[in-house]
Design a protein around this ligand. Sequence first.
Ligand SMILES: NC(=O)c1ccc[n+]([C@@H]2O[C@H](COP(=O)([O-])OP(=O)(O)OC[C@H]3O[C@@H](n4cnc5c(N)ncnc54)[C@H](O)[C@@H]3O)[C@@H](O)[C@H]2O)c1
Length: 244
Amino acid sequence: MSNSLPERFRLDGRVALVTGAARGIGKAIADGYAAAGATVVAADVAPGLEGVTLDVRDERAVEAAVADVTRRHGRIDVLVNNAGVVGRTASEEMPLELWERIVAVNMTGVFLCSRAAGRAMLKQGSGAIVNIASIMGMVGGGLYPNLAYHATKGAVVNMTRALACEWSGRGVRVNAIAPTFVETELTQRLFADRPMLERIEELTPMGRVATAEEIADAALYLASDAAAMVTGHILAVDGGWLAR
Ligand SMILES: NC(=O)c1ccc[n+]([C@@H]2O[C@H](COP(=O)([O-])OP(=O)(O)OC[C@H]3O[C@@H](n4cnc5c(N)ncnc54)[C@H](O)[C@@H]3O)[C@@H](O)[C@H]2O)c1
């Protein structure tokens, strides 16, 4: 490990796989990691020009994607489980199909990607996994119904802790970020509802929503050697939402 503090925040020579990286928070993380020196594989079910195609629900595709990263780059140092979807439907009306789709992406996808990348990281004796959970994995929300999201993000929070307990002794740190509301395509329609956006701002001690880059900053910290002693932690990037 480097002795210089700024250098401990860099990712030179590291290989990172970021899921859901075609846009929004995932893209900001992929761009941030690349700027910090990492070789980044940006994976998405609907990839942009420079990304690779990966549906995190697909067991074989996940295994193949991780095998491809290690074959091409010789290792995998960082996995960011960022791919995620919402389903803002009243619980009493929610179709099972929608519930299962959200569970498959937000929860099973995190398991599949962590299992595949974790196996390679355990073999090399080092690695960092950063899960993108949500403040809505820590509280019940109350602004609108979003049951499967709360359930799956709560699961991501505790999967982070359980995997940290299981793998940290073998060199693999596992942490999560719990972002507040962030300006991305995921929240575009929600924020178009002015009274809803104002209510969110009112409920946030800092009085505003977050940018994707503010989440990427935390993701860089957790992936880097600057967080060498940090594992099993849920880092809220929430303008004080959870402090209320
Ligand atoms: N935007 C917010 O307010 C907010 C707040 C807290 C947490 N989050 C979490 O941050 C993550 C990213 O959210 P965002 O706002 O950037 O969303 P977004 O919808 O802008 O981007 C999500 C990306 O994930 C991809 N994706 C969806 N399903 C996939 C699958 N099965 N396999 C691979 N990729 C898939 C999409 O194609 C898209 O590019 C999600 O896990 C979300 O739950 C977002």
